[in-house]
Structure formats: structure tokens, C-alpha cells
Write a protein that binds this ligand. Structure first.
Ligand code: PEP
Ligand code: MN
Length: 274
């Protein structure tokens, strides 16, 4: 369910809201949204353990990939429809809204059965037919910045959703490709205040994919919160060493509550409440 406050402001052609309500939860403005969960749904046990841990620690939404965009076609591709059923069970047990990625418009109807927010991943930021299809569906969208995309290109991709009459778009900075090789991507935190100059859409930061290793996730999260991000999306796993996808960057569920407390304090510095 989407509600918007008025005070619309133009981003290019379409109008966008000052604040959104997604699955009954306010996003943007004074609200800090923490989306947490595994990179991929791997099993019932792993999904439910992750969901309960992040819910108990105070996360706002649950993430978990059913359809995974993998660099190698031979890597784990996600459990697909079976994963969507596990996400539905996790949502029923915890009450957390579910964020999950769609890569193929042919999967959208099935994804909409469970997703409260549909993620458009970095690799699909400029998949215009997909953006329009998701726009027409009216489902809230988490739109991730492409690996090598400018902020203007990100905003133009958001326009493809907005122009279909869907105002519920969250932008996500997840690291961009630079010459630096010491970490997976370069987290562009300057994008946060600059996007806020350019648009009223909420800006979420993904420290996990930028960092590629969990030691960097907490410091980047605190920095993102302090610089004014409207939220974070972070990968969490009950057994990161056993993860089938992105294990090195996953925070263990054990200790996640302490991480959330630190994020809450950093968000407060920027005047936001988690
Ligand atoms: C993810 O969120 O698991 C993911 C694949 O992200 P990105 O599209 O930013 O690489
Ligand atoms: Mn991942």
C-alpha cells in the first residue's frame, strides 16, 4: 500500500513525493529504514533464522533474493518460486515487509504475490521495459544504481517507473566501479547529499555490495547514516561461511543487534529515527 505526502517536486518529467509509506511504514523524511537479510534465500531454516534475527534486532524490512543475477551462469541462481514461498512464510512469522529482486518481467506476477518492495538490481538499472512493467504494477521499487552509472542516469531510470504513475521509488547507492581494486566497489557516499539536492526520492545505501567483506560494513553503514541516507540495505546470514552467495560480505545474525544499535545512533546524528 502506498500513500504519499503532497509537496511534489519534479525530477525530470515526472513528479515524485516527499515521503512514502511502504507496507504501512514511512520511508524518507525523518524515518530511517533498515532493510536486512540474506543475499539469497537458500533454505527454510536459513531464511527463517535470518528473518527472526533481523526482526528482533529492529530491522524495518526483510531482504532475500529468489532470482539472483550472478556473474557466472554456473553459480547458484536462486531458488526462484520456492524462495518466494519461503519469503511469504518469513513475512507471516515476523510481520516484516519483504524486499526481493525481479530480473525478468515474466516473473513479476509471482514476485508480486509476496514482495512489498521489488528490487531492480544494478545490472538491470537500464532495463527500460522492466522498469516500465514494474512502474505499471504500482509496487514500491528499490532501484539500485548501475555499476558504472552516473546519478543523472540513475534518476532517468527512476523516471521510467515514475512516469507510469508509480511514485514509490527508493534510490540505492551500492558502490560504483573505479580504478581502486582494494575493495569490491567504491561506495559513493557523496551521491547521498547530491541526490537529495536533485530529488525528494528516499536514498538508501548498500554497504555490503560495495565493501565485499564484512569488516567494512559497519563503518560504511555509520558513515552512510551520518551523511543523511534514508536507510540501509545490508546482507545478514546465520552462517556466512556456508552462504551460497556473497558470504564474505554478510554480517552474522549473531551480533546483528549491536550493529543496529550503532546504526540507530548514527542515524540520530542526521536527525533520523530507526
Ligand atoms: C543484491 O542485492 O544481492 C545484488 C545482487 O545487488 P546489486 O544489484 O547491487 O549487485
Ligand atoms: Mn548479494
Amino acid at each position: 500500500m502506498i500513500a504519499t505526502e503532497d509537496i511534489p517536486k519534479a525530477t525530470g518529467q515526472a513528479r515524485c513525493p516527499a515521503a512514502l509509506t511502504i507496507a504501512g511504514r514511512p520511508v524518507g523524511g525523518r524515518h530511517f529504514t533498515l532493510i536486512a537479510g540474506p543475499c539469497a534465500v537458500e533454505s527454510r531454516q536459513q531464511t527463517l533464522a535470518s528473518a527472526h534475527a533481523v526482526a528482533q534486532a529492529g530491522a524495518s524490512m526483510l531482504r532475500g533474493g529468489a532470482f539472483k543475477p550472478r556473474t557466472s551462469p554456473y553459480s547458484f541462481q536462486g531458488l526462484g518460486l520456492q524462495a518466494l514461498e519461503l519469503l511469504a512464510e518469513a513475512k507471516a512469522q515476523t510481520g516484516l515487509p519483504v524486499v526481493t529482486e525481479v530480473m525478468d518481467p515474466r516473473d513479476l506476477d509471482a514476485v508480486l504475490e509476496v514482495a512489498d518492495v521489488v528490487q531492480i538490481g544494478s545490472r538491470n538499472m537500464q532495463n527500460y521495459p522492466l522498469l516500465e512493467e514494474v512502474g505499471r504494477s504500482g509496487v514500491p521499487v528499490l532501484l539500485k544504481r548501475g555499476l558504472s552509472s552516473t546519478l543523472e542516469e540513475l534518476l532517468m531510470s527512476a523516471e521510467y517507473v515514475l512516469k507510469e504513475g508509480n511514485p514509490a521509488v527508493m534510490l540505492c547507492e551500492r558502490g560504483i566501479r573505479t580504478f581502486e581494486r582494494a575493495y569490491r566497489f567504491t561506495l559513493d557516499l557523496m551521491a547521498v547529499p547530491v541526490l537529495k539536492e536533485l530529488t525528494d526520492l528516499p536514498v538508501i545505501v548498500d554497504p555490503s555490495h560495495a565493501a565485499g567483506r564484512r569488516e567494512l560494513v559497519a563503518p560504511l553503514s555509520l558513515a552512510a547514516a551520518a551523511v543523511g541516507a534514508d536507510g540501509l540495505i545490508v546482507e545478514v546470514h546465520p552462517e556466512p561461511d556456508q552462504a551460497q552467495c556473497d558470504g564474505p560480505q554478510a554480517l552474522p545474525t549473531d551480533g546483528f543487534a549491536e550493529y543496529v544499535d550503532r546504526v540507530r545512533a548514527a542515524a540520530a546524528l542526521a536527525g533520523k529515527v530507526l
